[in-house]
Write a protein that binds this ligand. Structure first.
Ligand code: NAG
Ligand code: NAG
Ligand code: NAG
Ligand code: NAG
Ligand code: NAG
Length: 360
């Protein structure tokens, strides 16, 4: 048994007991079938990797492993935050506009948004919820922001002319099981993100591409965990992988209706590659290290500690091992991505420390 924060779970044991057992049983059988069918493909996974490696970003992206240009406060550099739901992204965004003094944003009382324009040009150095707002759609993903060039388009429009900029992409990741449960709780409290457009291949996903798990007129408030995990189109599954992958590579949202090992593989490799190319990524479970990594990469300091902020307010409840295993299995792409990210994160921290020692 493991304790995980969950608020307002009603009739948890009663509703779930028997049905969950059936779910786990089905899942177990399904995993075995899946493993067998896919086994021969695993041998070919290098092929996918090679193909993906040759897919470069259309827009300039800083690769940390090369000679990293530092974020230039006075030029055309823009920090872009890819906000994946329930990963401490809001905390990070708040800190960027409110507790960061090297390139201060002008915030007005009782206004959510701040002006992060540079003094000289008034052109923003920060693309995020509290500066530009959700101009590329609510919680826009990598596909919307980068593949469909939304960031470039929107900033050009605001500037009034086309301009070359250097984009420094950033994001936050979180333990996938905790993130999933946190998203479930959030939806149970009434959030749906129904207005997200899911632009891919230049157009928004249709209801056919992306069936909803609930009646949009009613929402999904009060949903039980059982119902939440039994909708195959639930975007909460492997959300981190999907939001960081180039979905053009896998026919956009086809994988939700017709899951396949090949597409999973392409998606996870794409997400890993895009993560590697980010100028910074934080890990919710490693807030102090994330802050250290960020501050030293962008030459910005926060006046407070992110780790002290944003503690979960919810009540603890108990999930059985079976329930946890079930959720973990549903998010196995995210788990692969997360484990990869943790390793990469340690390397980056070590790299920053090394650079600091060299400068000292
Ligand atoms: C947590 O539990 C307390 C007492 O049982 C309750 O009053 C409160 O509303 C709960 N909080 C949430 C977020 O569910
Ligand atoms: C995304 O994938 C498409 C289809 O292969 C490709 O044309 C495009 O360059 C990719 N974009 C990025 C930013 O990786
Ligand atoms: C930043 O950009 C400005 C304008 O392009 C340039 O003059 C300056 O040298 C750059 N600073 C650094 C540290 O690269
Ligand atoms: C912009 O102007 C404000 C107020 O004059 C100043 O505090 C701030 O340091 C300036 N920012 C930059 C990047 O020059
Ligand atoms: C700077 O841009 C912001 C929007 O990003 C706008 O609200 C503000 O009025 C602009 N200020 C000036 C002086 O143009």
């Amino acid at each position: 048994m493991k304790t995980i924060g969950i608020c307002s779970l009603r009739g948890w044991r009663g509703v779930l007991g028997r049905n969950l057992f059936v779910f786990v049983a089905i899942l177990f059988v399904a995993s075995i079938v899946y493993l067998y069918i896919d086994f021969p493909l695993k041998l070919n996974s290098n092929v996918w990797q090679d193909e993906l490696q040759s897919n470069n970003f259309k827009e300039p992206v800083q690769n940390f492993n090369g000679a990293t240009p530092r974020f230039n406060k006075t030029s055309n550099d823009v920090l872009v935050f890819v906000h994946i739901q329930k990963t401490a992204g809001t905390t990070f965004e708040k800190f960027l506009v409110r507790y960061q003094e090297n390139l201060p944003c002008k915030c007005m009382a009782h206004k959510k948004r701040c002006n992060c324009g540079r003094n000289s040009s008034n052109e923003t150095w920060l693309f995020s919820r509290y500066s530009t707002g959700w101009v590329c759609g609510l919680h826009a993903d990598f596909t919307e922001l980068v593949v469909n060039s939304c960031v470039q388009r929107v900033l050009d429009k605001q500037a009034g002319y086309n301009k070359k900029r250097n984009y420094f992409y950033t994001t936050f990741l979180r333990n996938p099981t905790d993130r999933f449960i946190s998203e479930f709780r959030h939806v149970q409290r009434g959030a749906t993100w129904i207005s997200s457009k899911h632009i891919c291949d230049g157009k928004p996903a249709s209801v056919n591409d992306l069936p909803t798990c609930f009646d949009p007129r009613i929402g999904w408030e009060g949903v039980s965990l059982e119902e939440f995990i039994s909708c195959p189109y639930n975007l909460a599954f492997n959300r981190q992988t999907r939001m960081l992958a180039n979905l053009s590579l896998v026919g956009c949202y086809e994988h939700l209706r017709k899951p396949s090992y090949e597409q999973d593989k392409i998606m996870i490799e794409s997400a890993k590659q895009n993560l590697r190319n980010m100028a910074f990524f934080g890990i919710k479970e490693r807030m102090d290290d994330s802050q250290f990594y960020f501050e030293n990469t962008f030459d910005m300091k926060f006046s407070r500690k992110m780790s002290v902020w944003g503690k979960s307010k919810s009540n603890d409840t108990v999930l059985t091992d079976a329930q946890l295993a079930f959720i973990q299995n549903l998010n196995k792409l995210d788990w692969e991505l997360y484990e990869y990210a943790l390793q990469l994160f340690d390397e980056r921290i070590e790299q920053v420390r090394r650079q600091q020692r060299m400068r000292a």
